[in-house]
Design a protein. Sequence first.
Length: 311
Amino acid sequence: MLDAVDAALMRALQGDGRATYQALADGVGLSRTAVRARVRRLVALGAIRIVGVLHAGVMGREVFAHVSFTVSGPVGPLLGELAEREAVTFAAQTAGRFPAVAQVRVRDDQALAEEVAAMRVLPGVGGAEVFRAGGVVKDADSGVRELKDIAIDPLDWRLVRHLQHDGRASYAELARRVGLSQAAARSRVVRLIEAGVVHVTALVEPTVVGADERLGFGVRCRGDASVLAARLAAVPGVSFLAVGFGRYDLVGSAAAADRAALVEAVEAIRACPDVGRLETWEHLRVAKERLRGDGGAAPAAVPRARKGVAA
């Protein structure tokens, strides 16, 4: 059974997956040895995966959108088509006004228009309504960070790929794998993390930790969407939140240990004064979920990270 200390360690590792055992121990009031044993147990149980999460901007996927579909006939064939599309990072059959939703990541608005046009002619699609995010306010998996302007060379990419597989790999191990000195490997990893290129975090497995009650939501607000977003991001249970325009002013997701706690989260969202209308949908069947730590292949050309892009 997982306890409050395990939960505190998982939260700390979501913020900094490479935090030292001593720093983690100081945070929870246990010995370094005890904390190391707990973290290793959480990994062994499959409760968490500690991985490096690549900033979407590095891959040229700076535009995020949520698409809601009306569907004629069975939803399954559409989900199969959506799952095959490279730009689609999430696709699910839902209970709500729309029987299917998808999330996409593309390079720019022109690419988004082309992607939506292609999805509108998929089998069974009656229509597609789009929320185009202006920025991600909260992301429990990958965090929200600015991407600074740095050059990324092939050695950097090799380090990133190893971090995506094992976010807590030691500097000695990373150095051995890429053929650098330990000091050089450390310097490069620190530089990549500080520039926002990669964020090492703990990806939590909801079914293992008993937080498998999840839903998506869209909000139309009465006032400033950015102000409301800051308030909603602080609501317990809200795991993802983006502000933008289109069908909604805000799109997010919530997770909780049980249905009662999920209801509390929804009620807390509704209680915010500037929430004009709240629409929710339950994910009945997830056809594709590309976790932020899964990354995908490195680009053919080594890119230069671009300054000012939010994850």
